[in-house]
Design a protein around this ligand. Structure first.
Ligand SMILES: *[C@@H]1O[C@H](CO)[C@@H](O)[C@H](O)[C@H]1NC(C)=O
Ligand SMILES: *[C@@H]1O[C@H](CO)[C@@H](O)[C@H](O)[C@H]1NC(C)=O
Ligand SMILES: *[C@@H]1O[C@H](CO)[C@@H](O)[C@H](O)[C@H]1NC(C)=O
Ligand SMILES: *[C@@H]1O[C@H](CO)[C@@H](O)[C@H](O)[C@H]1NC(C)=O
Ligand SMILES: *[C@@H]1O[C@H](CO)[C@@H](O)[C@H](O)[C@H]1NC(C)=O
Ligand SMILES: *[C@@H]1O[C@H](CO)[C@@H](O)[C@H](O)[C@H]1NC(C)=O
Length: 282
């Protein structure tokens, strides 16, 4: 909270990766461990009533059906805004079996994500760009056209390779790859980027030109990158106030289903946000 007041933040959506699960766990929320700073530690009962914090749930992805059940509980009962998962799930006695979410059994999970209409961030890993390619190439977005997936670190560099990936995958579609569109065309309807501490202005502009500024959200990657670094960087951006507002607030409000409203007691127009379904703060 002190950080938020200091750095002008109205609302933080916290997330963690599900790092503690071994292959016998079936998935319960570990949000209590989500954030390392004590004053950024809302527990799940706070999630329903804070105007300052939201969070993505985290859970095991061993069993797609169980993961879907857990996502539904997290969103509809506990007030989470979506879920963040690692980009693959380790499995098997020696953790050596890797489960990828473009495999058909994960359709049971994706159908719940689409039905709840919540965004689904996938956590950074060196291989993540391959897995995003996999979701597209294996037709997940064809089967679930309203899915929304968030990729951090300015899209893990994937948009830089759009032309080449499109060209290479087009050759495979003819020989059975179950993908109904070109790779880059899934980006606009289905995939969003966050900055996640990658505060490179040139890259931001380049990515906005490729995927649209409305698909890029400001995020900090705290505690790896500091809130004040983000605030300083945003201050240097030479974009219109409207574009800046969308980048640091508006796009997130739309994507996360937050509800902007005006706080009447303030002398100047101050927009606060509420989670979907909550009454405006009075
Ligand atoms: C996995 O976690 C469960 C409970 O969280 C524990 O009972 C079990 O011993 C753990 N198994 C391994 C292989 O670490
Ligand atoms: C969680 O938040 C509730 C509501 O503010 C509070 O009563 C409870 O003590 C908190 N629990 C923990 C473990 O911090
Ligand atoms: C959050 O709100 C929902 C709906 O109002 C309620 O059913 C649920 O019990 C609440 N959860 C917590 C953790 O307070
Ligand atoms: C997966 O989870 C579902 C729902 O919890 C359960 O019915 C099913 O038995 C689980 N499958 C396996 C292989 O554990
Ligand atoms: C499997 O992963 C768990 C959780 O990361 C870890 O505690 C365990 O030691 C791993 N097991 C093996 C055999 O590597
Ligand atoms: C994708 O294309 C194939 C072949 O044209 C078609 O059979 C299938 O229904 C399409 N899938 C979707 C989800 O549109």
């Amino acid at each position: 909270m002190a950080h938020m007041l200091l750095f002008g933040l109205a609302f933080i959506c916290c997330s963690t990766k599900a790092r503690k699960w071994n292959n016998t766990d079936t998935g319960s929320i570990i949000f209590e461990e989500a954030v390392s700073l004590p004053n950024l530690r809302p527990n799940t009962s706070h999630l329903n009533n804070t105007i300052r914090f939201g969070a993505f749930a985290a859970f095991s992805m061993h069993n797609a059906t169980a993961a879907g059940v857990e996502l539904r509980r997290a969103v509809t009962e506990l007030g989470f805004l979506g879920a963040l998962v690692n980009d693959y799930q380790q499995s098997g006695a020696d953790n050596a079996t890797l489960l990828y979410y473009d495999e058909p059994q994960y359709d049971a999970f994706w159908s719940v994500v689409q039905e709840l209409d919540v965004p689904h961030p996938i956590n950074f890993a060196v291989m993540l760009s391959n897995h995003i390619v996999g979701l597209c190439a294996n037709g997940v977005f064809d089967r679930f056209p309203n899915l929304k997936v968030i990729v951090g670190h300015l899209g893990e560099r994937i948009p830089s390779d759009f032309w080449r990936i499109d060209e290479m995958l087009a050759r495979k579609v003819g020989i059975g790859m179950p993908m109904n569109k070109t790779f880059s065309s899934y980006w606009k309807p289905n995939i969003y980027e966050t900055t996640s501490g990658n505060f490179a202005t040139d890259l931001l502009n380049f990515h906005a030109s490729l995927i649209g500024a409305d698909h890029i959200l400001y995020s900090v990657d705290y505690p790896f990158v500091m809130m004040e670094q983000g605030q300083e960087w945003v201050g240097t951006l030479r974009i219109s106030p409207f574009e800046k507002w969308n980048f640091i607030r508006g796009n997130a409000i739309l994507l996360l289903g937050l509800v902007p409203f005006q706080k009447p007691e303030k002398p100047i127009l101050v927009l606060e946000v509420r989670k979907r379904g909550q009454e405006p703060f009075t």
